[in-house]
Design a protein around this ligand. Structure first.
Ligand code: FES
Length: 64
């Protein structure tokens, strides 16, 4: 699913950035991927995806 239409960034790319590069917030994400610099409509969705992945990761680590 495309999160940022302007730059063609998908939710999968954002999830990978969080899990593989340790991205933890929107500012770090923007240093890693180009998004949110045109219309800015994607920023909230991108932030939610980062938060969701971090919560998932935390739950996973607690299980182990
Ligand atoms: S949708 Fe991301 S900057 Fe426009």
């Amino acid at each position: 699913m495309f999160v940022c239409m302007c730059y063609g960034v998908t939710d999968k790319m954002i999830k990978e950035a969080v899990t593989e590069q340790g991205i933890g917030n929107i500012r770090e994400l923007q240093q890693h991927l180009t998004l949110g610099e045109q219309c800015g409509k994607c920023i909230n969705m991108a932030r939610n995806i980062i938060d969701d992945v971090i919560v998932d990761e935390t739950l996973f680590k607690n299980v182990g």
